[in-house]
Design a protein around this ligand. Structure first.
Ligand code: FAD
Length: 394
C-alpha cells in the first residue's frame, strides 16, 4: 500500500489535516486506535477561538459549528464573595465559540470519510513509524479484524496521536528537545447532566480551591474543582462534589447551581510539555503529540487546529506544487503561538490558584491581578487578547 501522507490519530488535528488534503485531491490514510463510535463520543474540550472557527469555515468544515455552536461574549470571575463580569467582546470585538469536541470530531470524520472519500482505519494496533530520515518512510500497523500486519509506504507522516501516542517517541533522543512544566496541581474534571447555571463561563477563586463552570450544551455542563494532583476521583462523592462547587462558586447575588448526575469524573494533573522542533525527517508532529497545554486556559484544541491548518496547507503546497517553504517553516510557525499560550496558561494558573495556595503573599498578589483586570482598561484589553488568542487569518 502507498499513500502520499499517513496521518496517525483521528483527533481534531489529524482529521483537519486529512480534510485539507482531500479537498486538494491528495490521498492520505488516517490510522486510529479507537473505534469511530468512541472518538465521536469522547468528551473533552469545548471552547474554540474565533480565528480557529474562521479557519475551519474557510476550509468548509464549520457548517454545523456555526449553526449550533454558542457564541460567548463574556466571562465571570467570582472572588472575595463578589461577582465580576468581564465583557471581552465589548472590549475587543471578538468572541469565543462553544462547541463540544465530540461534535466537532463527528463533523470532521463525516466530512473526511463520507463526503471527501478519505481512507481511514479504526481500531488499529501497534502502530510503528519507520525510516523517517529516508525519502521512503513507512508506517506499519496490525489490522484489528484479520490480525495481519500492514506496511504503508508514504512521502510524509503526520503524527497527530495526542499526548499518549507513539509518534513523539519516534524522535531519536538528541534530535528533539522536550521541555516540561508541572503545575503541581490537580483538577477534578466533571461533566454534569445539568443545565448551565450561568449565561457564561465562571471562574471561582476561593481559599478552598479553584472551581470552574463551563456550558457545554443546554443539558450538560462542565465543572472543574482544584484538588491534590493524583487524587482518586472516588474520594469525590456526588454530595461532596456539589457542596464544594456550591461553596467555591458561591457569591453575592449568584443563584445556586443546578445540580445533576455526574457523567464524567476524573482527575487531571496539570502539566505541559513542548517538543522542539516539531519535525524530524519526514515526520511532522501536530497538536497534543507535539505540545500539551494543561486545560487551564482552554487552549489545547485551538493549538491543535492551528498546527493542522499550517501542516495541511504545507503538505498540499509540497505535494501539488513542489513548494517546500511551508514544511521548512512549519515548526517555527507553530511554536510562536504554542509558547505564547504556555506563558498565558502559567499566568492564569497563578490567578486561579494563588488564593488557595495557603501562602497569604501569593493570595494577595493574585487578588491584585484580579482587581487590576477590572480597574484598568489596558490591563483588561491585554488579558482579553491572550484569553481570546491572537487573531490571525488562517
Ligand atoms: P487528540 O484529540 O488526543 O487525538 C489524538 C488521537 O490519536 C486520538 O483519537 C487517539 O485515540 C489517537 N491515538 C492515540 N495513540 C494512537 C496510536 N498509537 N496510533 C493511532 N492513533 C492513536 N482544549 C481547548 O482548546 N479547549 C478546552 O476547553 C479544552 N478542555 C479540555 C478538557 C479536558 C478534560 C481535556 C482532557 C482536554 C481539554 N482540552 C481543551 C484539550 C484538547 O482536548 C486537546 O488539546 C485536543 O484534543 C488535541 O487534539 P489532537 O488532535 O492533537 O489530539
Amino acid at each position: 500500500q502507498r499513500f502520499p501522507v499517513v496521518i496517525v490519530g483521528a483527533g481534531p488535528a489529524g482529521l483537519t489535516i486529512g480534510n485539507i488534503l482531500r479537498a486538494a485531491s491528495v490521498d492520505c490514510l488516517v490510522l486510529e486506535i479507537e473505534s469511530r463510535e468512541f472518538i465521536e463520543q469522547r468528551p473533552r474540550a469545548g471552547v474554540l477561538e474565533e480565528w480557529a472557527v474562521r479557519g475551519l469555515q474557510q476550509r468548509g468544515l464549520a457548517e454545523n459549528l456555526l449553526a449550533r455552536g454558542q457564541v460567548h461574549n463574556e466571562c465571570e470571575f467570582r472572588f472575595a464573595g463578589q461577582r465580576y463580569r468581564f465583557e471581552y467582546a465589548e472590549l475587543t470585538g471578538h468572541h469565543h465559540f462553544v462547541y463540544p469536541q465530540p461534535l466537532l470530531v463527528t463533523d470532521l470524520v463525516r466530512e473526511y470519510a463520507d463526503v471527501r472519500g478519505g481512507a481511514i482505519r479504526f481500531g488499529v494496533r501497534d502502530v510503528e513509524l519507520h525510516d523517517l530520515e529516508s525519502d521512503r518512510p513507512s508506517v506499519s500497523y496490525t489490522d484489528p479484524e484479520s490480525g495481519q500486519r500492514h506496511i504503508v509506504h508514504c512521502d510524509f507522516v503526520a503524527g497527530c496521536d495526542g499526548a499518549r501516542g507513539v509518534s513523539r517517541d519516534a524522535l531519536p533522543p538528541g534530535r528533539a528537545h522536550v521541555s516540561r512544566y508541572d503545575y503541581g496541581i490537580g483538577w477534578l474534571a466533571l461533566l454534569a447532566e445539568a443545565p448551565p447555571s450561568n449565561d457564561c463561563v465562571v471562574f471561582g477563586m476561593h481559599p478552598r480551591g479553584f472551581a470552574g463552570h463551563m456550558a457545554r450544551s443546554p443539558e450538560v455542563t462542565r465543572y472543574y474543582l482544584e484538588c491534590p494532583p493524583g487524587d482518586d476521583p472516588e474520594n469525590w462523592s456526588h454530595d461532596r462534589v456539589w457542596s464544594e462547587l456550591q461553596e467555591r462558586l458561591g457569591a453575592a447575588g449568584a443563584p445556586r447551581l443546578t445540580e445533576g448526575r455526574l457523567i464524567e469524573k476524573r482527575v487531571l494533573d496539570m502539566h505541559s510539555y513542548v517538543v522542539e522542533p516539531m519535525a524530524f525527517g519526514r515526520l511532522f508532529l501536530a497538536g497534543d503529540a507535539a505540545h500539551l497545554t494543561a486545560p487551564i486556559a482552554a487552549k489545547g484544541m485551538n493549538l491543535a487546529l492551528h498546527d493542522a491548518f499550517l501542516l495541511g496547507d504545507a503538505f498540499v503546497a509540497q505535494l501539488t506544487r513542489g513548494d517546500r517553504t511551508g514544511l521548512y517553516g512549519y515548526s517555527r510557525a507553530c511554536l510562536g503561538r504554542v509558547w505564547d499560550y504556555q506563558e498565558f496558561s502559567q499566568w492564569l494558573s497563578e490567578v486561579y490558584h494563588g488564593t488557595s495556595s495557603g501562602d497569604p503573599h501569593r493570595a494577595g498578589t493574585t487578588l491584585a491581578r484580579l482587581r487590576r483586570l477590572f480597574g484598568s482598561r489596558s490591563a483588561g484589553l491585554a488579558f482579553a487578547e491572550q484569553y481570546l488568542g491572537k487573531n490571525a487569518d488562517y
